[in-house]
Design a protein around this ligand. Sequence first.
Ligand code: CA
Length: 224
Amino acid sequence: MHILVVEDEKRLAALLRRVLSEERHVVDVANDGLAGHDLATSGTYDLVILDLMLPGMDGVEICRQMRQVGVETPVLMLTARGAVEDRVAGLKTGADDYLVKPFAMEELLARVEALLRRRAKGLEAGQQLQVADLTLDLVRHEAKRGDRVIELTAKEFALLEYLMRNAGQVLSRTQIIDHVWRYDLDALSNVVDIYIHYLRDKVDRNHQRPLIKTVRGVGYKIEP
Ligand code: CA
Protein backbone atom coordinates (compact mmCIF):
# COMPACT_ATOMS: atom_id res chain seq x y z
CA MET A 1 0.00 0.00 0.00
CA HIS A 2 1.04 3.60 -0.56
CA ILE A 3 1.35 5.48 2.73
CA LEU A 4 2.08 9.15 3.37
CA VAL A 5 3.76 10.12 6.65
CA VAL A 6 3.52 13.81 7.63
CA GLU A 7 5.78 14.27 10.64
CA ASP A 8 8.27 17.04 11.48
CA GLU A 9 10.26 15.03 14.01
CA LYS A 10 12.84 13.69 11.58
CA ARG A 11 13.88 10.73 13.72
CA LEU A 12 10.32 9.54 14.19
CA ALA A 13 9.58 10.08 10.48
CA ALA A 14 12.64 8.00 9.53
CA LEU A 15 11.61 5.28 11.99
CA LEU A 16 8.07 5.16 10.59
CA ARG A 17 9.42 4.96 7.05
CA ARG A 18 11.66 2.05 7.99
CA VAL A 19 9.05 0.10 9.96
CA LEU A 20 6.32 0.56 7.33
CA SER A 21 8.72 -0.28 4.48
CA GLU A 22 9.56 -3.53 6.27
CA GLU A 23 5.83 -4.32 6.07
CA ARG A 24 6.16 -3.86 2.28
CA HIS A 25 4.39 -0.54 2.14
CA VAL A 26 5.60 2.24 -0.15
CA VAL A 27 6.21 5.27 2.06
CA ASP A 28 6.49 8.98 1.27
CA VAL A 29 7.49 11.42 4.01
CA ALA A 30 6.71 15.13 4.32
CA ASN A 31 8.46 17.04 7.12
CA ASP A 32 6.23 20.10 7.26
CA GLY A 33 2.56 20.96 7.03
CA LEU A 34 2.56 22.64 3.63
CA ALA A 35 4.35 19.83 1.81
CA GLY A 36 2.13 17.39 3.69
CA HIS A 37 -0.99 19.25 2.61
CA ASP A 38 0.03 19.19 -1.07
CA LEU A 39 0.67 15.45 -1.01
CA ALA A 40 -2.29 14.50 1.20
CA THR A 41 -4.83 16.38 -0.93
CA SER A 42 -3.57 14.65 -4.10
CA GLY A 43 -5.78 11.68 -3.16
CA THR A 44 -3.22 9.15 -4.40
CA TYR A 45 -2.49 7.46 -1.04
CA ASP A 46 -4.12 4.49 0.67
CA LEU A 47 -3.42 5.93 4.13
CA VAL A 48 -2.09 9.17 5.63
CA ILE A 49 -0.33 9.21 9.01
CA LEU A 50 -0.63 12.79 10.14
CA ASP A 51 1.11 14.49 13.05
CA LEU A 52 -1.11 17.06 14.79
CA MET A 53 1.51 19.74 15.53
CA LEU A 54 3.39 20.69 12.36
CA PRO A 55 5.21 23.78 11.10
CA GLY A 56 3.36 25.55 8.27
CA MET A 57 -0.07 23.95 8.68
CA ASP A 58 -1.30 21.72 11.48
CA GLY A 59 -2.70 18.21 11.09
CA VAL A 60 -6.29 19.18 11.83
CA GLU A 61 -6.27 21.78 9.05
CA ILE A 62 -4.67 19.37 6.56
CA CYS A 63 -7.31 16.76 7.37
CA ARG A 64 -10.10 19.31 7.07
CA GLN A 65 -8.87 20.40 3.64
CA MET A 66 -8.50 16.81 2.45
CA ARG A 67 -12.15 16.12 3.25
CA GLN A 68 -13.20 19.45 1.76
CA VAL A 69 -11.78 18.57 -1.66
CA GLY A 70 -13.35 15.11 -1.48
CA VAL A 71 -10.26 13.05 -0.61
CA GLU A 72 -11.50 10.08 1.46
CA THR A 73 -8.09 8.56 2.27
CA PRO A 74 -8.09 7.20 5.85
CA VAL A 75 -6.17 9.39 8.30
CA LEU A 76 -4.36 8.20 11.43
CA MET A 77 -3.62 11.26 13.56
CA LEU A 78 -0.59 11.38 15.85
CA THR A 79 -0.30 13.76 18.75
CA ALA A 80 2.01 14.41 21.66
CA ARG A 81 -0.92 15.66 23.69
CA GLY A 82 -3.54 13.34 25.07
CA ALA A 83 -6.14 15.96 25.82
CA VAL A 84 -9.69 14.89 25.11
CA GLU A 85 -10.46 18.09 23.18
CA ASP A 86 -7.61 17.34 20.75
CA ARG A 87 -9.06 13.95 19.98
CA VAL A 88 -12.47 15.42 19.46
CA ALA A 89 -11.08 18.18 17.20
CA GLY A 90 -9.11 15.66 15.15
CA LEU A 91 -11.91 13.16 14.73
CA LYS A 92 -14.45 15.87 13.93
CA THR A 93 -12.36 17.06 10.98
CA GLY A 94 -12.47 13.59 9.51
CA ALA A 95 -9.53 11.70 10.99
CA ASP A 96 -10.33 7.97 11.25
CA ASP A 97 -8.18 7.07 14.23
CA TYR A 98 -5.91 8.59 16.82
CA LEU A 99 -2.64 7.62 18.48
CA VAL A 100 -1.02 9.47 21.40
CA LYS A 101 2.79 9.81 21.49
CA PRO A 102 4.82 8.07 22.67
CA PHE A 103 3.38 4.86 21.22
CA ALA A 104 4.70 1.35 20.62
CA MET A 105 5.40 0.55 16.97
CA GLU A 106 3.31 -2.63 17.30
CA GLU A 107 0.37 -0.45 18.27
CA LEU A 108 0.90 1.83 15.27
CA LEU A 109 1.17 -1.12 12.89
CA ALA A 110 -2.01 -2.66 14.30
CA ARG A 111 -3.91 0.61 13.71
CA VAL A 112 -2.44 0.97 10.21
CA GLU A 113 -3.45 -2.54 9.21
CA ALA A 114 -6.95 -2.06 10.64
CA LEU A 115 -7.46 1.13 8.64
CA LEU A 116 -6.10 -0.44 5.45
CA ARG A 117 -8.37 -3.47 5.90
CA ARG A 118 -11.37 -1.24 6.43
CA ARG A 119 -10.48 0.71 3.30
CA ALA A 120 -9.98 -2.44 1.21
CA LYS A 121 -13.38 -3.71 2.33
CA GLY A 122 -14.94 -0.39 1.45
CA LEU A 123 -13.39 -0.43 -2.03
CA GLU A 124 -14.44 -4.06 -2.56
CA ALA A 125 -17.99 -3.29 -1.58
CA GLY A 126 -17.92 -1.07 -4.63
CA GLN A 127 -18.64 2.02 -2.69
CA GLN A 128 -19.11 5.42 -4.09
CA LEU A 129 -16.94 8.30 -5.08
CA GLN A 130 -18.27 11.60 -3.88
CA VAL A 131 -17.51 15.25 -4.60
CA ALA A 132 -19.94 17.69 -2.96
CA ASP A 133 -23.43 16.40 -3.93
CA LEU A 134 -22.12 14.47 -6.94
CA THR A 135 -21.86 10.69 -6.34
CA LEU A 136 -20.60 7.92 -8.55
CA ASP A 137 -21.69 4.38 -7.71
CA LEU A 138 -19.01 2.12 -9.17
CA VAL A 139 -21.03 -1.09 -8.82
CA ARG A 140 -24.33 0.12 -10.19
CA HIS A 141 -22.52 2.34 -12.68
CA GLU A 142 -24.70 5.23 -11.74
CA ALA A 143 -23.99 8.95 -11.37
CA LYS A 144 -26.17 11.28 -9.35
CA ARG A 145 -26.14 14.96 -8.59
CA GLY A 146 -28.21 15.24 -5.43
CA ASP A 147 -31.24 13.03 -6.20
CA ARG A 148 -31.04 13.51 -9.95
CA VAL A 149 -29.70 10.51 -11.90
CA ILE A 150 -27.28 11.50 -14.66
CA GLU A 151 -27.19 9.34 -17.78
CA LEU A 152 -23.60 8.84 -18.92
CA THR A 153 -21.96 6.96 -21.76
CA ALA A 154 -19.16 4.51 -20.89
CA LYS A 155 -16.45 7.03 -21.81
CA GLU A 156 -18.12 9.85 -19.92
CA PHE A 157 -18.38 7.60 -16.87
CA ALA A 158 -14.69 6.63 -17.11
CA LEU A 159 -13.66 10.28 -17.44
CA LEU A 160 -15.79 11.34 -14.46
CA GLU A 161 -14.45 8.45 -12.37
CA TYR A 162 -10.86 9.46 -13.15
CA LEU A 163 -11.56 13.10 -12.25
CA MET A 164 -13.33 12.10 -9.01
CA ARG A 165 -10.63 9.64 -7.92
CA ASN A 166 -8.22 12.57 -8.19
CA ALA A 167 -10.55 15.22 -6.79
CA GLY A 168 -8.83 18.53 -6.13
CA GLN A 169 -5.90 17.67 -8.37
CA VAL A 170 -5.34 19.20 -11.80
CA LEU A 171 -5.11 16.56 -14.53
CA SER A 172 -3.46 17.38 -17.85
CA ARG A 173 -5.02 16.38 -21.17
CA THR A 174 -2.18 13.88 -21.64
CA GLN A 175 -2.86 12.26 -18.24
CA ILE A 176 -6.55 12.03 -19.04
CA ILE A 177 -5.99 10.53 -22.49
CA ASP A 178 -3.52 8.00 -21.02
CA HIS A 179 -6.06 6.85 -18.44
CA VAL A 180 -9.38 7.06 -20.21
CA TRP A 181 -8.48 6.44 -23.85
CA ARG A 182 -5.58 4.08 -23.11
CA TYR A 183 -5.90 1.71 -26.07
CA ASP A 184 -7.68 4.02 -28.44
CA LEU A 185 -4.97 5.23 -30.81
CA ASP A 186 -7.54 7.00 -32.94
CA ALA A 187 -8.52 9.35 -30.11
CA LEU A 188 -8.61 12.89 -31.46
CA SER A 189 -6.31 15.43 -29.87
CA ASN A 190 -9.27 17.48 -28.67
CA VAL A 191 -11.21 14.46 -27.43
CA VAL A 192 -10.71 15.49 -23.80
CA ASP A 193 -12.15 18.97 -24.37
CA ILE A 194 -15.13 17.49 -26.20
CA TYR A 195 -15.91 15.02 -23.42
CA ILE A 196 -15.40 17.61 -20.67
CA HIS A 197 -17.96 19.70 -22.53
CA TYR A 198 -20.41 16.75 -22.56
CA LEU A 199 -19.82 16.11 -18.85
CA ARG A 200 -20.29 19.75 -17.89
CA ASP A 201 -23.54 19.80 -19.75
CA LYS A 202 -24.79 16.80 -17.76
CA VAL A 203 -23.21 17.44 -14.37
CA ASP A 204 -22.96 21.19 -13.92
CA ARG A 205 -25.62 22.79 -16.11
CA ASN A 206 -28.14 24.82 -14.11
CA HIS A 207 -26.07 24.42 -10.93
CA GLN A 208 -24.91 27.45 -8.97
CA ARG A 209 -21.68 25.73 -7.97
CA PRO A 210 -20.02 24.05 -10.95
CA LEU A 211 -17.67 21.21 -9.94
CA ILE A 212 -15.66 20.67 -13.13
CA LYS A 213 -13.04 23.37 -13.47
CA THR A 214 -10.70 24.41 -16.26
CA VAL A 215 -7.17 25.31 -15.20
CA ARG A 216 -5.99 27.39 -18.12
CA GLY A 217 -2.94 26.02 -19.88
CA VAL A 218 -2.80 22.96 -17.61
CA GLY A 219 -5.95 20.84 -17.74
CA TYR A 220 -9.03 20.06 -15.71
CA LYS A 221 -10.02 19.19 -12.17
CA ILE A 222 -13.12 18.44 -10.18
CA GLU A 223 -13.62 19.90 -6.69
CA PRO A 224 -16.37 21.29 -4.46
CA1 CA B 1 5.13 17.62 15.49
